[in-house]
Design a protein around this ligand. Sequence first.
Ligand code: EPZ
Length: 418
Amino acid sequence: MEKFIVEGGRPLYGHIDIQSAKNAVLPLLAASVLTEEAVIIHKCPRISDVVGMTGILEELGCAVRWEGGDLYIDSSAAANHEIPAALAKELRSSVFMLGSVIARFGRARIAYPGGCDIGLRPIDLHLSGLRRLGVEISEDGGYIDCACPRPQGAEVLLDCPSVGATENLILASARAEGTTVIRNAAREPEIVDLQNFINRMGGRVKGAGGATVVVEGVRKLHGAEFTPMPDRIEAGTFLIAAAMCGGKLALTNVQPAHLDALLHKLREISCKIGAEGDKIYIECAGRRLSPKLVETSPYPGFPTDLQAPMTALACICEGATVVVENLFETRFKHVPELIRMGADITVRGRAALIRGVRSLQGADVIAGDLRGGAALTLAAVSAEGESTVTDLRFIDRGYSGFEYKLRAAGARIRRVRV
Ligand code: EPZ
């Protein structure tokens, strides 16, 4: 196991280049199985969720290789339709593989992805949508068996705009017989990336980014190269780091429009922010005013993946803040650890009341999930004194070189084996 040792209390100055989006790359990897030809994903982040997904592709019989930051996938020899239980349980996003494996092989078998560190994370909408496409699904002994020689286009109405269910249904219907219409689809930008990738492979998807996605099934898809969109959550994490520590950061390889909800909040609490092209500048001095209310909601609302970092920021703002987590049931694991650092937080159900303190104090804290681990690291970098953040496996799932980027901006942070 590893931990960060952090000497906090220093402002951040410098430039950070943002990685490609984890939540865009994962469905793109699932889509690579839709074609019998090779695909290349450029600027692919070497994070453990991506490595885990490449492990699943190899289990299916795909040839996978890295060349620098480019990931080459050739699924011409793929023939296995079973996603190994160990890998499926380790990686929630393995559920995306269902749609593409069914589309490719006419069947799929996957272990029921376990409940996750942030909530129950059911997949009922994935399964009911697949059934609408004609997929026969049986569940026994923790496994899900799917069979369908060729999915049939259909109208699917999602009870809630689930990102994963939207992506799974796009993947399952890309080579279907006929046209599929997905209503109440999730509108996240990562879904637009998936649409663009499938269309580059010869697919016919339109409407992604809006509430209705239309997929006209095609018989075959060919190979393609693609560079994923920037990671809006990594970018938001570093913007919040600057708001917590003070200083001035320049982020490159970002799409400001993807961060409207966060930028609005940061400007409200007196951060100076400039944005042009693929760059965002943030400058913060003195203590922040409290954001008063932060409510997570599906895109384009405030992203649930930035709730934990925003909660950490609210701990040291002037005044009180209410944070409401509307998407996941147990996404406040970082709160007890922040309290250990001197934060004043009361949680009732999905709401947290945070009374700002002047600064947090260094402490030994433990990461419980990906974004909570990032939030605790930001808290440590801003706190007075020394902290440790233990169990970096979670952070490594979604942030490539997290401590290097913070150190390059002046933070005193290093990774050690425990
Ligand atoms: C994706 O998860 C992201 N993961 C999550 O990012 C992100 O937090 C989430 O979307 C919301 O934006 C990837 O893209 C790999 P959902 P996903 O299906 O698809 C309910 C991170 O930190 N729901 O949109 O699992 C569910 O309970 C990760 O990078 C059902 O009820 O999210 C939740 O309340 C964490 N039934 C809500 O929808 C279903 O069948 C949103 O879940 C599916 C979902």
